[in-house]
Write a protein that binds this ligand. Sequence first.
Ligand SMILES: Cc1cc2nc3c(=O)[nH]c(=O)nc-3n(C[C@H](O)[C@H](O)[C@H](O)COP(=O)(O)OP(=O)(O)OC[C@H]3O[C@@H](n4cnc5c(N)ncnc54)[C@H](O)[C@@H]3O)c2cc1C
Length: 1362
Amino acid sequence: MPSAVPDVMTTGAEHTEPAGNEGPFINGFNRKTNGVSTWPTNGHARASSVSSADTSNPAGFETHTFDWNQHYGPGPAHQYHEEEAGGPRSRAYARIRSWGDDPNTAKFPRISKPMELMRTNYDCVVIGSGYGGGVAASRMARAGESVCLLERGKERWPGEYPDSTSDSISQLHYSGEFAPGWLPKKIVNGGDPTGMYHVIFGNCQNAVVCNGLGGTSLMNANVYLEADKDTLRLEAWPKEIRENPDCLDEYYEKAAKVLQPEPYPEDWPKLPKLELLKRQAKYLSMEEKFRRVRQTTRFVNGPNSCGVEMYPSAMTGQDCTGLNDGSKNTTLVTYLADAWNWGADMFCEAEVRYITKAPEPQEGYIVYFAWHGRNRGHFKANLHGDLMWVHAKRAVFLGAGAIGSTEILLRSKNMGLDLSEKVGENMSGNGDMLGFGYNTDVEVNAMGRPFPSPYHPVGPTITGIIDNRSGHENPLDGYVIEEGAMPGALAPFLQAMLEILPGSVEPTNEGLIGKFKANLARLGTAFLGPYYRKGAIERTQVYLIMSHDSNQAYLTLKGDKPVLEFVGVGRSDHVKYLNRVLEKATRAVGGTFVQNPFSALGPQQVTVHPIGGACMARDGTGSTGATNHMGEVFTGSGNKTHSGLIVTDAAVIPTALGANPFATITALAERSVDHYAKNQNLTIDMTPNGVLDLFGAPEHTHAHNKKRGSVVHTDEVEEIAKIDTAKNAIITARRMNDSGFGFTEVMSGYIHRDKGLKRDNVDTYELAARTAKSLSETARFFLSVQSFNIRSIVNDPSHRATLTGTFVCPTLVGSPFMVQRGDFNLFLLDRKAPGTRNLTYDFDMRGINGRRLHFHGYKVVDSSVALSPVHFWKSTSTLYVTITETLPNTERSCSDADECGLLGEIVAKGIMRIQPQDFLSEVMTLTPTGSSIFKKVMSAGNFLTFFTRKSMSLLLAPLTPLQYPVQNCLGFVNNTPPTKTYKIKASDGVVTSLHMWEPTNRDIPAKNLFMIPGASVDHQIYALPTIRYNAVNYFCRAGYRVWVTVHRIGMLMIAQDDWTTFDTRLDFKACLEKIREEFPGPDKEQPEKVYTIAHCMGSVAFSTGLLDGTIPANWIKGITCSQVFMNPIWNIANMIKITALPIPGDRLYKYLLGDWFSFSTSKNDSLLQKGLNELLRLMPDSRKEICNNASCHRTTMALGRCWNHRNLNEATHRQIDRFFGGVSMTLMHLLMKQGYQGGVMGNGPLFERLDTPDNIRRLKGLPILLFVGRDNAVLSPESTEKTYEILTDTFGTGDNQSGVPYRRREVPGYGHLDCWMGRNAWKDVYPFVREEVDRVVRGEEYRFREPEDQFKELVESGKLLY
Ligand SMILES: Cc1cc2nc3c(=O)[nH]c(=O)nc-3n(C[C@H](O)[C@H](O)[C@H](O)COP(=O)(O)OP(=O)(O)OC[C@H]3O[C@@H](n4cnc5c(N)ncnc54)[C@H](O)[C@@H]3O)c2cc1C
């Protein structure tokens, strides 16, 4: 027997001894990973190289010297490590349960990619993955083109196909117009739209096709039958073919080399159904027309032509529901596996809807598709509304099958693509007829079963044919009859169906005994089941006829749904004639002839071979067909075609073939693709594949655009890098056997296009949304969120998942935008605002015009949701959206991922919301992923626990455990160490600190600026390390030498020594002396006056020094008083604290807990302190100010709430204990007294008021700015108001005449200390203070010019805006 086994010595490949157990054990063969493999075969070891350069590999294409037709006589031809099937095996052999090494990990290969890995553009897009699609994908990938294949169905491998009735029903999809004749017609659509078995109802003719990676090849009967030349010569075919039908030969040969058809081997077990057809051929006098038909079923072990390891047929007869035995050379294991190996990207559950020309300046086409993955089908309105798309730069190959491709073209036409009027016409059911010879006299064994007895196999579905095509005067009279097997999934219904179907023809020549036997057989099946060997079903022959119908069907879109209508099914006389032939064949073997089941519904046929719809024109113009002889789509009725828009599937076939069609479909596809390649100067590399490791990586990585030599743009490089990152994450998750979680979300709203909407606050978003609404600027996204590894969303601090889908906003040119590899963060800690979590959506998106924009959206869940489900829903369903121009990755880098999204020039802003009905759909899409039910349950549990915990911690914030100080420093982003620190000794000997920062702006003459913090704090309130731009930074760059005192009632140990505001004035005097001494200015004798900024109790203390004359007013240039000066008046809440308690609070505390109240606390504090902490949670405040930070509560208790929480950032609030010390009860007592009485005082026991008119006169000539946060909850705004009034009453209004300007200002949205510690104080507070300081210190004329420094860059880049 000729052997295809290469002589390894002559090919130069290294000879290797059998590899023992070294390599991974795959499919029973030991394999070495270096590409050199050895396999034991029938008694003799074979060894050869599987390197792709090895031309001796029989898995070859052009280079393959081995002639199949010559060698494939009876019996199997051995290929590369192939071996014969061997004898009968145990039953379990029939179903391959796992292809992987480790059944716990990768059970089945996956050559399609998750949608998350799709690129925005490819050289070629292939639609569908049957024969037409498979050929295009494989050949274009081999030609070096980047290929994207979109397939509507899912990827399933042998072992995954349904073989039970319930499994099969779950895979059913039906659509079309149900038109039984006696009922009103009805458009129907149901079942799983990506399910394998697709029944298309039509008017008079119905069709069955398959959805899945591999197309209908997954469920066909494998018959490989070339069209006869007489048919190809029919007038309907294009001139190029009808005048030279031999032109298809080379392409049939190409197809055969890949699909490897072989007849059922003579030396395999005899099959009753085959034997019966042979007998029937004799009875019909067509003995010589009977033969075993070539079929793409494998009868040997070993890799197929494309290098995929295959098994010999287990003879299950299950071909038509999908063969689980690994013996079927589907396109999945041939063309598609080959395309995968050559770098094609394939995506499943992608239903292409239509194609348009790509908008200029791009070339090619935009292919729009609905992605059914991630349960997106639950959003019925959006699935086909918000379409995803991919850009085909050069070519689109339509391989969606006759009905699929025609539907796409019809819809494309409706969407504006110029096409021939012939699209949708001239469809045919290929003259298909189905019939049954029910309950014959002999055993037929044609009922498929997943595990047939090896001693009584069913066989492949079709093995024999009566080929009656040749020798007719009219080629249209030709037909073929094939025997078949019914898949086991139909077994439970078959008998009932055959019994009740109308129009059955009983045998006429049966005697009484015959009738009795037949009835016994019927009863046998009824009681003992369809597999009862002597029963009626086991004696039923299945017939399939292919003939010539009238090609008078057409496909139209009704309400955008495809509807198939046949206006003259199969030349009714011819049909009757063929039925008579089948009746005769059945009668001869004592059976009842039953027509196809659809005939019960009226004059209905069912075809498994729909063809036509985008037929090749017979005259080369669009007036007789939709495509030319190469499948190129006409632009109208002339001969002009759309460049690179090519139909490669059954849709191009212009007549019924009278034979099973896939051999011809494949040959025509090979021909069209070959022509395209030649026209484009592409060389299809026919190097054979090695044996494929489908669990590993493809042999060829695609070098994008390399072949074409075009320039690779930076955004492509970025895209590739992002895909690689996503791919690695997915691969790692798979390898680690991780489980994941996903859901899909639709949000809609209004986005206003306006570059001016820079501010990131709720008002701006609301304004933008209102404006957008009035202008009908709608927006919507339809995004799937997927975490491939549950840990990344639950445990990782960024709680990240991937976003994929679309964003539609008609006002933005380029819409709809594709969203790929976006970032979703679930309950991400908001560093901007304390106690706040955000749900963020951050992605680059690409418009159909190639434009890239960046989408940043966030939902804010803060304390305002506490105890309010309504607020919680509002917060979690409201998305604040900013759309910016996309920045290159390098420029987008900033420390806060959330803020990064807001960089870049603003394009639009607005608000999007989840509608309640969309939320319900969203819930339905929640899907855990994992390799087992247990893993899925765990994954769902983890996610839901995380979600509930986080939601509850916000919803029930007041009841959650208190936050105690953290050990390590968080978010210290701006360490601001002083240039120098001085020890200052006051006149009473108390030593305090004075920090000095040199100005950073050397362009402006340096001036001293003295800054006084309040009680219990230190210099950090001005030099705050947790905000990016603090007051010290600000004033230093404004040209000031900043001095900050840490005085005796500040955050120092000595603060515990019962010092008061009054005592503190001594520290200030000492500090001023030091400043005057160190930097006196030009005249040492007359040191320059010093401008002073004083906050809160620092300001009160400073006023006492000025009022009693301790601090000479002529040392001072001017003062900015933050919140208060000489008239402290407590805010109402603090007043209540003082007046409502029977004993003053300070006394009570002193009595119970001591003289010192520390703002800091810890879990290890005394029980009483901890009890106090718990009690403090009950302090009433507005919902948005609720927090559970123990130190924050304590500060509020002692001083009143010191900030509007939203103005601080998380790091400041979380570590507030680091910026606050404590307060002695002595100081507290004085403060309470002063605040109650509304004026500054000296120490007890006299507590003399110092704001007397005489003292006030000391302030004469001092410019004073008073400002207060409008929401101040410590001191009443009245404090500054009163001082202002006193000053103006005493010294005049401060107009130009008096020369003493007093100013007062309220800062909206601010509280107390947030005026200095707020994250946005740099723009809301510092500037007006600086203006005043500049005015007083440098004169009215002076105008500050921003230095070019890091802060300016921070501001301009937008990093500080938010
Ligand atoms: C039960 C049965 C038995 C058969 N037996 C034989 C046989 O023995 N011999 C023979 O020659 N023929 C047989 N056929 C027919 C044969 O399989 C088909 O004619 C052939 O597969 C058609 O190839 P195709 O490339 O045109 O389309 P298909 O193989 O049908 O592939 C089309 C693919 O496109 C996908 N698709 C459809 N619409 C879209 C869309 N909008 N977007 C994305 N993807 C889409 C589908 O999911 C499918 O995967 C049989 C068919 C059936 C149903």
